[in-house]
Structures are given as C-alpha cells and as structure tokens.
Design a protein around this ligand. Structure first.
Ligand SMILES: [Zn+2]
Length: 275
C-alpha cells in the first residue's frame, strides 16, 4: 500500500500557497488565499478542517474526475456562495451529469453531484495571483493546467513527476493520445519552474518529467499496454475505496470485467497492495 497511498496527508508550503498532498484516492488540493484548486475525493473531507483556515471563496478545477472534484458538494454544503470554475468542455459533461465521461460508470468511484458556475477564461485570478489557463486534454475531458508569472504550474493529472493520468480512448475517443501529446507540448512551452501535480509532491525537474511522460505515452499507444495499466490503476482505486477487498474478491472483479486474473501482472500487483 505504501506506494499507493502516501502515508498521512501532509501540507507543503510554497511562497504564497499551500499544497495538501493526499496520495492516490484524493488528488492534491492547492490553497491560494481564499481559493482552492481541486478538492480531492469526497470521503475524509472533515479531516481538512484544520488545513482550510477560513472560508473558501472559489474553486478552480484542473478536471472533473472524482479524486479532484469530489469535495465540491461538501464545500458547497458549508457555504453555498462558493463559486466553481471549470473548462467549458468539463461543464459540458457535468451539466448533464454524464456518468460515463465523468469516469464514474465502471470505476466503482462516486462523486456527489455538483455544478460548475463559470467557464474558465484563458487567464484567471486565483487568490490574488494571475494564472494562465493551459488546455491539457487527453487524460480528462476539459483538463487544464494553471501557470503563474513566476513559473509555478498546477498540472492536475496532465503531468506527474513520474507519468500522468491514464488515458481512456474507449470513453474519451481515439484522439486522447494526440491530446495528451499536445498537453505535454504546451506544458513544455510554458516552461514552468516548479510543477504541483495532481498527485505526489511538487517537483522542479520538469524536463525529466516531460521525457518520462513522452516515453510512457508512446507505450500507452499499444492497446494491450494501455489496458493493463488501466486495470492496474483501477485495482489500486478499488482497494483505496474498499480496504476490505481481498485477493479473491479482486480477482473475481477482474474476471467480471473480462480480465484474466492469472495474467502475469496480477499477482505482483496484489502483493504490492498487501493483498
Ligand atoms: Zn484524473
């Protein structure tokens, strides 16, 4: 489990902002003044109270997957005036609550229903700081990165220190590979000094991360490789959502979804997850 869920949530302070790093079930939350970028998964929200010093005014979304948008409903319950900003393409799947394109169908994940109030313009003020909004599709419909004038980038799942969020051409269309490549190109053009990813600690070796991401993207273009990675990620989420799942239950669920539970990657993964 250690590699899947980074110990306890911990806060990392950068000049003028704070990053709550919360492992894999919960995407990171960035706090800049009274504003947040992303909100984590919907569970465990009460634990954030001490970190959330003061009321939240606005929420800016890197994308709408459950581990980033799940906390919106809880924040709105506390203060209905909280305003939510997302890319127009994200609004287009949130408004009709398209469970497939929100990646809720078939993943075992949930998101309390929410709405997005405002489309993201190409430049936004987040907590008194100007950020360019960089379209970064591929992993998610309506995915974006935010980068400020000092070169601080909030990348969501478009770029991590080691890789990026899985692609789903079945749901999001065959264009996801080129979209992800375009996102990496735009991140490179923006030349960030430090990247705050959607999962894991902030990092500064952006060139190295981009190199690794491009190698990974080429591998993902092989459908067999992509399918294996997708299910490896899915199994990780299953046990984070339901820690009581044992090896037999996981294998049965894989078989249900048409995956051979005796495939060579399954046993090492179960071991890594402590099953
Ligand atoms: Zn995601």
């Amino acid at each position: 489990m250690a590699t899947w869920d980074a110990s306890a949530p911990h806060s990392i302070e950068l000049p003028g902002l704070a990053v709550l790093v919360r492992g894999w079930l919960h995407g990171n939350i960035v706090r800049i003044g009274p504003d947040l970028v992303d909100t984590g998964y919907y569970t465990g929200f009460d634990a954030l109270d001490s970190w959330l010093v003061g009321p939240v005014e606005r929420i800016f979304l890197t994308h709408v997957h459950s581990d980033h948008s799940g906390g919106i409903a809880a924040l709105r319950d506390r203060d209905s005036a909280v305003a939510v900003y997302g890319h127009p393409d994200a609004i287009a799947i949130v408004e009709p609550w398209d469970l497939e394109r929100l990646w809720i169908d078939n993943t075992g994940q949930e998101i309390p229903r929410f709405s997005i109030d405002h489309p993201l313009p190409s430049r936004v003020d987040i907590g008194g700081r100007g950020f360019d909004v960089i379209p970064a599709g591929g992993h998610a419909t309506g995915g974006v990165c935010f980068v400020d004038d000092a070169g601080v980038m909030i990348s969501g799942d478009a770029l991590w220190e080691r890789g990026f969020g899985i692609l789903n051409p079945v749901i999001d269309g065959p264009g996801v590979f080129d979209d992800a490549a375009g996102a990496l190109d735009r991140i490179e053009e923006a030349a960030p000094r430090v990247v705050i990813p959607g999962h894991g600690a902030p990092f500064t070796d952006v060139r190295g991360a981009l190199g690794r991401a491009r190698v990974l993207l080429e591998r993902m273009r092989d459908p067999k490789d992509l399918r294996r990675r997708a299910f490896m990620g899915a199994v990780g989420f299953w046990v984070l959502i339901d820690p009581t799942l044992d090896a037999e239950a996981i294998k049965a669920r894989l078989a249900d979804q048409g995956v051979d539970p005796t495939a060579p990657w399954v046993a090492p993964l179960l071991q890594k997850l402590g099953r």
